[in-house]
Design a protein around this ligand. Structure first.
Ligand SMILES: [Zn+2]
Ligand SMILES: [Zn+2]
Ligand SMILES: [Zn+2]
Ligand SMILES: [Zn+2]
Ligand SMILES: [Zn+2]
Length: 425
């Protein structure tokens, strides 16, 4: 469970939409028995009580003052002419102005709140734009999608109807630290490989009857377990089954690694549970987004693994993979993984050439078909032998994440995958 301080530092979607108290997360009710108070200065924070407003004040005051300052600059509230591209530009421009007013970068909490602020889904007006400063009208089911008027709801309703459920799922877990789940008991009559055919049979195998449908919590679980399972399914393609089960040590390179990989480190224990002969699992994270070099840190394992004296170790290298491959720290892995990294040619070329040259088994995932095809094309151009090219990944996350730059668009981690090894003949 996140601490109060962590809860306070994040901004959930319901808080941004004004449906939950910015301090204690209590929601307002549809029947109107409890409505939230709005901060009169910034009109972007909502509280269930005066005492919650007071409790949040020291945290909120700087950003609040900057928003008030911005609100008073009439010229920056120019019309977006019902265009989403204009709305996005204006949003980014406002963030620059806010940062200038604060004399520092926005925190992730602040940019999250600004990027996802309520707007009409038809004309992109905010409650700040209209003359009357009238409130936007929220959807009564998901509470986070708005229109400025009933007329615009008439226009948008049918499109929203098909997405409302996805918004509700997204809202439930937006901004929470991901729930991790590594079972200690499972049906041992079934052994890997191969992996079961889909998420439901997988969850059944792992004795998670409470998660036997793809409900919201189950989707959060797939978001963390997508990493180890995507790796296991790739290992299945690269190594014979008997060899896989006899691995004593498994070394994995996570390239282009950042927050996503670091926050999912615990979920990698699932690899040890599925491959019971591994004594040591080494996770080597390499990426320029990482902050400090860390070598060989042991992570706590479940009681069963601890008792069997099994180890899970991670290292962090805040450099490019190309630099890492030339360093003394380099250890040859059994598999190289890039989660949703987007292989843009200029940055990744030397690394990919190295991977091809060394004939290392690699898997890359991406959010969209377009990105996946671009990655596969780039790999092909560099002469890679593609084993699986830009195909849907069975072990993709089923948790919808909202795309702040495109209205009504969601994305899913590891949706597509591309596998390669060595050079094409
Ligand atoms: Zn409250
Ligand atoms: Zn305020
Ligand atoms: Zn509108
Ligand atoms: Zn809705
Ligand atoms: Zn364990």
């Amino acid at each position: 469970m996140a601490s109060n301080e962590e809860l306070r530092k994040r901004k959930t979607y319901l808080q941004i939409a004004g449906f939950a108290c910015s301090n204690c997360h209590q929601t307002s009710r549809e029947d109107g028995t409890r409505t939230l108070l709005r901060c009169t200065r910034c009109r972007m924070s909502y509280y269930c009580s005066k005492s919650c407003q007071k409790a949040d004040f020291s945290f909120h005051k700087q950003f609040c003052a900057a928003i008030e300052e911005l609100s008073n600059l009439e010229e920056v509230w120019y019309s977006c002419n019902d265009k989403e591209s204009e709305w996005n530009k204006r949003k980014i421009y406002h963030m620059q102005l806010l940062a200038a007013a604060l004399d520092r970068d926005l925190t992730s909490y602040e940019s999250n709140a600004w990027l996802n602020q309520p707007k009409c889904h038809v004309c992109f007006r905010t409650s700040r734009d209209s003359e009357s400063r009238s409130a936007l009208i929220p959807c009564t089911s998901c509470h986070v999608v708005f229109c400025c008027s009933n007329e615009h709801w008439e226009q948008h309703r049918s499109k929203h109807k098909s997405l409302c459920q996805t918004y509700q799922i997204m809202v439930q877990y937006h901004g929470t630290s991901e729930t991790l789940w590594a079972p200690e008991e499972w049906d041992e009559s079934l052994i890997y490989p191969p992996l079961p055919k889909d998420w439901s049979s997988y969850l059944k195998w792992r004795k998670a009857p409470q998660f036997n449908q793809l409900d919201a919590l189950c989707r959060v679980i797939t978001n963390s377990l997508s990493l180890p399972l995507t790796i296991l399914s790739a290992l299945e393609r690269f190594y014979p089954r008997s060899q896989l089960r006899s691995f004593d040590e498994l070394v994995i390179h996570l390239i282009g690694a950042g927050k996503y990989e670091v926050s999912a480190l615990m979920s990698f224990e699932e690899i040890m549970h599925i491959l019971p002969n591994i004594r040591t699992l080494q996770l080597i994270l390499i990426g320029i987004e990482l902050t400090s070099k860390t070598m060989g840190v042991s992570l706590q394992c479940c009681p069963r693994c601890t008792k069997a004296d099994r180890k899970r170790i991670y290292s962090l290298h805040p450099i490019s993979y190309h630099e890492y491959s030339a360093s003394d720290d380099f250890i040859t892995p059994q598999i190289v993984v890039g989660f949703n990294i987007g292989l843009n040619e200029e940055f990744w070329k030397p690394s990919v050439e190295f991977l091809i040259e060394k004939e290392l088994p690699c898997i890359f995932t991406s959010y969209s078909k377009d990105e996946a095809s671009q990655d596969a094309k780039m790999l092909k151009n560099l002469g890679a032998k593609i084993i699986v090219g830009a195909k849907e990944n069975k072990w993709r996350s089923t948790m919808p994440l909202v795309e702040p730059q495109e209205t009504d668009k969601f994305y899913y981690n590891n949706y597509y995958r591309t596998l390669l090894k060595g050079k094409r003949e």
